[in-house]
Design a protein around this ligand. Structure first.
Ligand code: F6P
Length: 556
């Protein structure tokens, strides 16, 4: 299949426009367009996005929206909601949005997209089970060994089974349940789990093993270690079945592979299933958010879902001109394909959002970090940029130097929260002032003349000039409530999906992660205890010289 004619034309027009606009500076764009903030900012629910500091003109937006129309974003939205197998390489739908629309939910409105009915029922059932489980833990009915109530929850998972709940638990610290501490362990390095176990009391610890596949090496390795650790505390007098039952009280599992969780030793009542119609990096809203629901309480988890639901309805119904996720996607397309950037910074001016950049790295780069289109052809254009970031104020004292004077274009998202989640003296006003100042300084810079006028010595002027023209979008959140967080995350999810439609790629598979996993399996025997004394020389001869040399050095 060739690229549809209208899409090819829309790309062409956009690229011609990009060439013409390149020399323009944000200073000039602002000077010529006094209502730039009013024209280039949008609101929905608890979010405002200001994209006036992006290097676009009203004309750019027309070209970008033409491209979105030509790529049939409205059809793709419908296909996603209808449960079409838009993840074509795995023949799966991508129905994470349905997780926010449980069948029969009071808030379900006429604006809700139409999902396959069986999905809504499954979602509603799961939510009831999650709610009941959270309640028994919170009201101390759930007892571990020695009749101990649970004081610590440890989420064992990696990738989408870790980053989402980890980020959201941190973001919603202000809502944390007072009697429960939540921990996250993802790394196979014993340095992640071992020091944590040393601090915990096995009798009051609950492990939530989250793995969609229930086959991920890191997670299973940690789950087995947790089970062994718990087993050391079991009273000798217990029979084997009593030991198994006692251990089982310390585990819940979240997976699509119920049988495997069962074989591991988790009883059916403690297994929370989610279908293969939810991708790992989109699974926070599913039972994969169990640790979050335990950490902040089920009602707050539900409020996060309701926030995401608002954004879903907005994504479906707001016209292109007012649509926040589509606008963000178009701006990314512009930066990557119009301006030619390869990098994108994420700077929350909120310590509670410290894990947002890591979460977005998976969401965006595992989804769109691809160079083959839906028809199996090599892409003609660049796709997803490299995402990175940190809380803004922390970055200001480190890598912001490069953003200001390093000579590379790095579009940035500044995320500001209007009201502090932890008010303290005038910290919040200072934090916001820094966020605003950085985005303005990056956009407008400082000329040599301005530096001279400010009285700086002539010899220093080359060093004290700031070129500016660094594009950014500011996302302003009303607060860091579960509802506003739900909106923010769904905003990014739909942005990523829209970009995939425009680049014509499948955002829901991740074949790129497989090769290294396979190779690790092959290499493991070379690092076993037996191999220390008697390595398999014939097998290792087949390896590349670098891997072979490193293996020898490791064994030496
Ligand atoms: O290896 C990548 C990946 O498959 C991610 O896509 C996923 O989020 C993560 O591993 C964890 O997978 P699972 O939930 O199956 O353990």
């Amino acid at each position: 299949m060739s690229i549809p004619h209208d899409t090819a034309l829309a790309w062409q027009s956009l690229e011609t426009h990009a060439n013409a606009l390149k020399p323009r500076h944000l200073r000039e764009l602002f000077a010529r367009h006094p209502t730039r903030f009013e024209d280039f900012s949008l609101t929905a629910g608890d979010l405002l996005i200001d994209f006036s500091k992006q290097r676009v003109t009203p004309e750019t937006l027309l070209y970008l929206r033409d491209l979105a129309r030509a790529a049939r974003i409205d059809d793709w939205r419908q296909k996603m909601a209808a449960g079409d197998p838009i993840n074509h390489t795995e023949n799966r739908p991508a129905l994470h949005m349905a997780l926010r629309f449980p069948y029969g939910a009071a808030e379900q409105t006429a604006k809700a997209p139409t999902f396959p009915p069986r999905v809504g029922e499954e979602v509603a059932r799961n939510l009831v089970r999650m709610r009941d489980f959270c309640e028994t833990v919170h009201n101390r009915q759930w007892r571990g060994m020695s009749d101990s109530p649970i004081t610590d929850v440890v989420n064992l998972g990696i990738g989408g089974s870790d980053l989402g709940p980890r980020m959201a638990v941190r973001a919603l610290t202000a809502f944390a349940h007072p009697d429960l501490k939540t921990h996250f362990v993802a790394n196979m390095d014993g340095a992640d789990l071992a020091p944590l176990l040393a601090r915990l009391n096995p009798r009051s610890t609950l492990f939530v093993v989250v793995s969609k596949s229930f086959a991920t090496e890191e997670t299973l390795q940690n789950a087995r270690a947790a089970r062994d650790w718990l087993a050391t505390c079991l009273p000798e007098a217990l029979s084997e079945p009593q030991k198994t039952a006692a251990l089982a009280r310390h585990f819940a599992a979240v997976t699509s592979h119920i049988e495997d969780a069962h074989s591991f030793g988790v009883p059916s009542e403690q297994i929370f299933a989610f279908g293969d119609w939810v991708g790992g990096r989109f699974s926070l809203w599913s039972p994969a958010g169990l640790s979050l629901a335990l950490a902040v309480g089920f009602s707050h988890f539900e409020r996060m879902l309701s926030g995401a639901r608002l954004m879903d309805e907005h994504f479906f119904h707001a016209p292109l001109e007012e649509n926040l996720p589509i606008t963000l996607a178009l701006l990314d397309i512009w930066n990557v394909n119009g301006i030619g950037v390869s990098s994108h910074g994420i700077f929350p001016y909120s310590q509670s959002l410290e894990f947002l950049p890591a979460y977005l790295q998976q969401l965006e780069m595992e989804s769109n970090g691809k160079s083959v289109d839906r028809e199996g052809r090599v892409l003609m254009r660049k796709s997803c940029p490299i995402l990175w970031g940190s809380p803004g104020t922390i970055g200001q004292h480190s890598f912001f130097q490069l953003l200001h004077q390093g000579g590379q274009i790095v579009p940035c998202d500044f995320i500001l929260v209007k009201r502090a989640d932890f008010p303290l003296a005038d910290h919040h006003a200072r934090l916001l002032a820094n966020g605003l100042a950085q985005s303005a300084a990056l956009a407008f810079g400082q000329t040599r003349e301005e530096a001279r006028a400010a009285g700086l010595p002539e010899a220093l002027l080359p060093y004290r000039a700031f070129p500016g023209n660094q594009p950014s979008t500011t996302i302003l959140m009303e607060n860091l409530s579960p509802r506003a967080l739900g909106q923010l995350l769904a905003l990014y999810e739909h942005k990523v999906f829209t970009e995939s439609v425009l680049w014509n790629i499948n955002a829901f598979d991740q074949w790129g992660v497989e090769l290294g996993k396979q190779m690790a399996r092959t290499l493991l025997p070379s690092l076993s205890d037996a191999a220390m004394d008697a390595p398999n020389a014939a097998a290792e001869e087949k390896l590349d010289a670098s891997t072979r040399g490193l293996l020898r050095a490791l064994r030496r």
